[in-house]
Design a protein around this ligand. Structure first.
Ligand SMILES: CN1c2c(nc(N)[nH]c2=O)NC[C@@H]1CNc1ccc(C(=O)N[C@@H](CCC(=O)N[C@@H](CCC(=O)N[C@@H](CCC(=O)O)C(=O)O)C(=O)O)C(=O)O)cc1
Ligand SMILES: N[C@@H](CCS)C(=O)O
Ligand SMILES: [Zn+2]
Length: 776
């Protein structure tokens, strides 16, 4: 490393400096081109070649755009047809036998692993760290034989090079890959995926050599799993992996990126290996800055400073970012500037939001604008801030404009928050509520219900698209939705469900729908972000104090209730989930924002009750998602999350039954919180895990009602009566029958009626059988 150079332009000997870069980029396409191409291919309406042509166009566009924007180092291999963890499994031949046996083409085997194929269940889909992205879970066993059978990273490197762009291929790192995998059912007891580190490293070594031979000078290895608490054995694996990989002679320079938090105890071991660069998240992991400065082993490394937030959409405080980079100048041999994490979690481009308020738009940076921010920071670091003084002043002015803008502060909301008393977040004792609800609802044992949404048919979506386009007036739209609700209510009555729902046809999304109706939120037209595979969401932007100008769901739920004597369950999204799936303001604590949202939901819960709705479900599927990766930060989070839920739901009479729903089945880290939110009924995902969750709840002393899912809605499969009855019998062994409900794992919006109808009929029949057993 040369010492008289600007550290921004310096780099380990023999390697070009990284300079200004981003850790990754969206891939679904600025107009969701990949989503449409995938769904056409899956429906048999296009060929493999047509799908590949779309993929190629999207990749080329990204490389050129990033290069032309002025990045010094352009990330490669950020494209995926479904998921980067699945790509890695396939690259190294970790394909479970059931998929090989299906005898499909390479591409269809890949999609079968993601989505299943007749009779062959897919890999499990689960949350990617604390984000709303989902990855597939590789299944490994001691007999898994890794082999470098694919060449996607190399082929994409060559494609970009042919266009004149020398990319930095991004790979999921070996330690995170193994930590995200699970033992396959065939694995011997005691096997853990980390047992396979050595053979996996051999494959990574071979891949690095191939990338080097193709011309790559840098490779990025992503290790987000290292920002969570890790055991000594896991830290030892990090040391082994990177000592070994950096010891290869035929390889590109290695950038290891740990993001979504601070590297903590993994930092020093990593820095002591022979890797050339370390990517650190200085937004979510800002608290780790002191540790970085105190790590002498970084002196001969490049630190890739993730100072531009890759998870949120506010324009960066560039002065603060430059100051952070300057702090690192004395610490590292070289400093590069980047985003805190890959830009997978933000939409493409804010400038296409033509109907968004222009002032709000001027405060925002989506992926494309974040690239510009990084490039600008790079210029400031290379030539000094004076050379970009005009641009820096403009950013300062916009940030000031935002801080003082009307609409951010609502004094009535603030006064209401200040006046809150502890009893506002407390209901009467559960036994008293349970008795009042029994008398009010008169439900049978093992009551049957669903989680809220029914299939979102093409007709429903088309009606909404027509409303947006002005081809259907609001009255016409309301009639179509009412017709759909009527159909869904009649169907549920005919099937024999006990607690009905209106089916949520009017909702584009369970968060966006509410954001469109709450003050303090803005929504986007094209701000799509990949959630999993071809499925996307448009996270709303929470920019100001939140309140509810008018009821949001009462007319739909009230209409449904008017059609039937059976109880209709009102359906709301909870405050934590609304925050988790939105871009949140960064100018006040999340706990404060959560209380504001909670009060808006509280108003809705009370209005539902006043309209004659006797059961209200407040969904919190993201309660666990926001759990901080480090245990020491969890208590604080769980305290405010639980308080927010209780505030939202404590304004009703004992006789009004509050349900909540969470679509995950591992409760270990949040058991106390689930107890603490004090819902009368909690429905949880349980079908795939064979009701294991019930034992966890029972052992934690959970004493209220629970609805373990008995129908796995993530699969097109229709479970038969015997199968559901067996799950229910397992449930009755774990939880007394009088506290059990019968329901699917989650909402039915992604399924079709030909799957849902028979599955619900079987669910009701199975409940009848087990009810009869209990009565004996
Ligand atoms: C429960 N889940 C959710 C998460 N996050 C959310 N914000 N919401 C969730 O429900 N995280 C965890 C899980 C993730 N699961 C899913 C499941 C399903 C989807 C999904 O289906 N997304 C849809 C988009 C939904 C939507 O916004 N629909 C709108 C617009 C529909 C549309 O694309 N319209 C067309 C025109 C209409 C036509 O002609 O068909 C268009 O604009 O081009 C609506 O219904 O109005 C998806 O398709 O990806 C996401 C996460
Ligand atoms: N009520 C929502 C919950 C999804 S997590 C639904 O049924 O789709
Ligand atoms: Zn759910």
């Amino acid at each position: 490393m040369s010492h008289n150079e600007n550290p921004f332009d310096a780099s380990p000997a023999g390697h070009p400096p990284i300079g200004a870069t981003v850790l990754g980029y969206p891939r679904i396409g600025p107009r969701r081109e990949l989503k449409r191409a995938l769904e056409r291919y899956w429906a048999g309406r296009s060929t493999e070649d047509e799908l590949h042509a779309t993929g190629r166009r999207l990749r080329e566009r990204t490389w050129l755009e990033l290069r032309d924007a002025g990045l010094d180092s352009v990330p490669g291999n950020t494209f995926s047809y479904y998921d980067q963890v699945l790509d890695t499994a396939v690259l190294f031949d970790a394909v479970p036998e059931r998929f090989r046996a299906a005898g499909l083409s390479e591409l269809d085997t890949y999609f079968a692993m993601a989505r299943g194929v007749a009779g062959v269940p897919p890999l499990e889909l689960t949350k990617w760290f604390d984000t709303n992205y989902h990855h597939l879970v590789p299944e490994l066993a001691e007999h898994t034989r890794f082999a470098l059978v694919g060449d996607k990273p190399v082929a994409e490197y060559r494609q970009a090079a042919a266009l004149g762009v020398r990319t930095r291929p991004v790979l999921l790192g070996p330690v995170s890959f193994l930590l995200l995998a699970k033992p396959s059912p065939a694995a011997r007891p005691g096997f853990t995926p980390l047992d396979l580190l050595e053979p996996l490293l051999a494959c990574y070594g071979e891949l690095l050599a191939r990338l080097r031979a193709a011309g790559a000078s840098w490779v990025q290895l992503d290790e987000p799993a290292l920002v969570a608490d890790r055991s000594p054995a896991e830290i030892a694996a990090v040391r082994t992996a990177y000592a070994w990989l950096s010891g290869r002679t035929e390889r590109p320079a290695l950038l290891v990126a740990g993001y979504y938090g601070e590297l903590g105890e993994a930092l020093d071991p990593l820095a002591r290996t022979g890797i050339e660069a370390l990517g650190v998240d200085l937004v979510a992991g800002r608290a780790g800055l002191n540790r970085l400065v105190a790590t002498p082993a970084l002196r001969d490394k490049t630190l890739v400073a993730g100072v531009v937030d890759g998870r949120n959409v506010w324009r960066t405080d560039l002065d603060a970012a430059l100051a952070t980079c300057a702090t690192l100048f004395g610490t590292a041999g070289a400093v590069a500037v980047s985003t805190s994490c890959p830009l997978l979690h933000v939409p493409y481009d804010v400038t296409v939001e033509s109907t968004m308020d222009a002032r709000l738009r001027s405060w925002l940076a989506f992926a494309r604008q974040k690239v510009d921010e990084v490039v600008l920071l790079g210029r400031a670091l290379r030539h000094g801030p004076d050379r970009v003084a005009g641009e820096l002043a403009e950013v300062r002015a916009t940030r000031q404009d935002r801080a003082g803008a009307p609409g951010l502060r609502d004094d009535r909301v603030r006064a209401r928050l200040a006046a809150l008393r502890p009893e506002d977040a407390r209901r009467g004792p559960y036994p008293r509520r349970a008795a009042a609800q029994r008398a009010a609802l008169r439900l049978p044992a093992l009551p049957t219900t669903t989680i809220g949404s029914f299939p979102q048919t093409d007709a429903v979506r088309r009606a909404r698209a027509a409303l947006r386009a002005g081809q259907l007036d609001p009255a016409g739209y309301r009639e179509r939705m009412r017709a759909e609700i009527t159909r869904v209510v009649r169907l549920q009555e005919e099937i024999g469900l006990d607690v009905l729902v209106h089916g949520e046809p009017e909702r584009n999304d369970m968060v966006q729908y509410f954001a469109e109706r709450l003050a303090g939120f803005a929504t986007t037209e094209l701000g799509w972000v990949q959630s999993y595979g071809s499925r996307c969401v448009r996270p709303p932007i929470l920019f100001g104090d939140v309140s509810r100008p008018a009821p949001m769901t009462v007319s739909w739920a009230g209409f449904a209730q008017s059609l039937t004597p059976r109880p209709v369950k009102g359906m709301l999204t909870g405050p934590v989930t609304i925050l988790a799936w939105s871009f949140v303001r960064d100018d006040q604590p999340l706990a404060t924002t959560a209380r504001q949202v909670a009060l808006a939901i509280r108003d809705e819960v009370r209005d539902l009750e006043a309209a004659g709705i006797r059961v209200v479900q407040v969904d919190e599927p993201a309660l666990r998602e926001l759990l901080p990766p480090r245990k020491r930060h969890r208590r604080d989070y769980l305290d405010w999350a639980v308080t927010a839920f209780r505030l939202a739901t404590s304004g009703v009479a004992d006789s009004t039954q509050i349900h909540t729903h969470m679509c995950y089945s591992e409760f270990g880290d949040v058991l106390d919180a689930i107890d603490g939110i004090d819902a009368d009924v909690t429905s949880v995902e349980a079908a795939r895990s064979g009701m294991a969750v019930l034992a966890d709840l029972a052992s934690a002393g959970f004493a209220r009602q629970v609805g373990p899912g008995v129908y796995d809605i993530h699969s097109p499969r229709v479970p038969d009566v015997a199968e559901i009855a067996e799950l229910l019998r397992a449930a009755v062994r774990a939880v007394p029958g009088e506290r059990l409900w019968v329901n699917p794992d989650c909402g039915l919006k992604t399924r079709s009626y030909d799957q849902v109808e028979p599955a619900l009929r079987n669910l009701v029949a199975a409940a009848g059988q087990v009810r009869a057993d209990l009565a004996r």
